[in-house]
Design a protein around this ligand. Structure first.
Ligand SMILES: [Zn+2]
Length: 321
């Protein structure tokens, strides 16, 4: 096997070889030998002429390829392009748009958009490990500015966000997102229906170990946290930092996220936002690794995930991202 790539330039050269693509992925997917994705049996015969294997057991789908059962399934696009796109998505600090992918690897913009969404699916790794120690909790609103919105869309959003009292809400068209950051550690992000107590405290209890120190701003929704946590509050009306008490870490993550969404992806439908959160969180949580290591971890997460075009687009209209 050739030396595995460490830089974008090495990755392009390395994955231009079909053998290298195969060796790289087999070493991660089937380190102990190829097994059938359908029945798990190890009695498989390679059919190199067709670039596939066949399972010895008689069942449906006994012929399979490296793409079977992964985010690449049923895609006519070659692994050389897929792996190049994956390299770009996991390693470009501010993300990469479908237009850039289209030009960089020579696929249509629509394919580029679909490919990057499938890669984001692999990056959405649910971690059951709870955050502990010193954890910052914060919330933000992300989404389209009402003045840039088409009139019919705006009318729809106004109706959705209308409150009985004012009839209009300043966060029209925006999505509430909660972030939890263990200092010097991992971030967890989630879309929340609102920033009320139930939503935000639910996020904290789901992702943070009881007994941890939780830093928040003075939003009243966080008021009861001291039942389970050591709760430290910074009142932003007075100051932003009081010794250890601040939420600067998670706020830095928000600015990075908003730069990516605003600069690279320009327009993201609320329906798709969670995938962009997954992408940014993945890069952030693996920020101390090399590009090659970040790619390696992602390439192990491609199995057991599948996304069809209908699933990606759903009922929402698709927006170039
Ligand atoms: Zn089988």
């Amino acid at each position: 096997m050739n030396k595995e790539p460490k830089t974008l330039q090495e990755a392009i050269v390395y994955f231009s070889s079909r053998d290298n693509c195969r060796d790289y992925l087999i070493a991660r997917r089937w380190p102990n030998g190829v097994v059938c994705p359908t029945c798990g049996g190890a009695s498989v015969t390679a059919q190199p002429k067709y670039n596939r294997w066949q399972c010895a057991s008689h069942h449906e789908r006994r012929q399979f390829t490296l793409k079977t059962g992964t985010i690449f399934e049923d895609s006519p696009i070659g692994l050389d392009k897929w792996l190049a796109v994956m390299w770009l998505v996991v390693n470009c600090k501010n993300g990469i748009s479908s237009y850039e992918i289209s030009r960089a690897v020579g696929v249509t913009q629509k394919s580029g958009w679909f490919m990057s969404h499938r890669v984001r699916l692999a990056l959405g790794m649910e971690s059951s490990e709870k955050l502990s120690g010193h954890v910052e909790a914060d919330e933000t609103y992300i989404g389209g500015k009402a003045r840039n919105m088409h009139r019919t869309k705006l009318a729809k959003r106004v109706a959705e966000f209308a409150t009985p009292r004012t009839g209009r809400n300043q966060n029209i068209g925006k999505v509430a997102v909660m972030g939890l950051l263990e200092r010097h550690g991992q971030i967890r992000t989630m879309i929340v229906p609102d920033t009320k107590r139930r939503s935000l405290q639910g996020g904290v209890t789901k992702h943070v170990e009881a007994g941890a120190t939780v830093y928040t701003d003075a939003l009243r929704s966080y008021n009861d946290l001291d039942r389970e946590y050591i709760h430290k509050v910074i009142n932003h009306a007075e100051k932003y930092v009081d010794g250890q008490i601040h939420t600067n870490g998670v706020e830095n993550f928000w600015s990075l996220l908003k730069r990516t969404l605003g600069g690279t992806y320009v327009s993201v439908e609320p329906f798709h936002l969670f995938r962009y959160l997954d992408e940014q969180s993945y890069r952030f949580n693996n920020r101390t690794l090399t590009d090659g290591q970040r790619f390696d971890i992602a390439s192990r997460a491609i199995v057991g995930k599948r996304l069809t075009f209908a699933q990606v687009t759903g009922k929402a209209e698709s927006q170039p991202g």
